[in-house]
Ligand binder design. Structure first.
Ligand code: IMP
Ligand code: MG
Length: 180
């Protein structure tokens, strides 16, 4: 088990497994009939996944535009769980095919809010790509169009995802097991 910051980390999805899966996901995206693709990476958690996925998309011949939206959800796990935009995109989405990229689909509140926002703004289509799907935690009817892996119901870190601002830099996805 890798030791990072004095903690044992169990590897759930290795860097090479993620890289292989990203190429498959990019091919799935490329098989859709997108005319004017705008990728929107949801910060902060998706920045590494988005960076890798858009390069895999390049390898399949896609040339998306790329935007970032900074979303935060308050009261997570509670009924009131409220989603807020901390920094919006600069681009117009009207008439465009939007691909939202996030790290994890859990309750679905973040992605449902963001998807509805882009539809309200007149997007031609809105699809969702997530690295991980925690299906057991869903509180909405939302499903992703492109899913990297089904995620067990544990708190995961790495590959952009953090716990208390730590571990985003890990090249793999893992679970913190405790002091090494
Ligand atoms: P939801 O689908 O709105 O409940 O929230 C999903 C968001 O919660 C993701 O974008 C992550 O930022 C965060 N999140 C959920 N589960 C985890 C986890 O296991 N590790 C790190 N972040 C998580
Ligand atoms: Mg997030």
């Amino acid at each position: 088990m890798p030791i990072v910051r004095g903690k044992d980390i169990e590897v759930l999805f290795s860097a090479s497994a993620i890289a292989r899966r990203n190429l498959e996901l990019a091919k799935e995206v490329a098989s859709r009939d997108y005319h004017d693709l705008l990728v929107i990476s949801i910060l902060k958690g998706s920045f590494i996944f988005a960076a890798d996925l858009i390069r895999a998309m390049h390898d399949t011949g896609l040339s998306p535009e790329v935007e970032f939206i900074f979303i935060s959800s308050y009261g997570k796990g509670t009924v009131s769980g409220e989603v807020k935009i901390l920094r919006d995109i600069d681009n117009d989405v009207a008439g465009r095919d939007v691909l939202l990229i996030d790290d994890i689909l859990e309750s679905g509140k973040t992605l449902q809010y963001t998807r509805n926002l882009m539809l309200d703004r007149g997007a031609r289509s809105v699809a969702i790509a997530v690295l991980l799907d925690k299906t057991t935690r869903r509180q909405t009817a939302l499903e992703a169009d492109f899913v990297g892996f089904e995620c067990p119901d544990s708190f995961v870190v790495g590959y952009g995802m953090d716990v208390a601002h730590a571990f985003r830099e890990l090249p793999f996805v893992g679970v913190v097991k405790g002091d090494a």
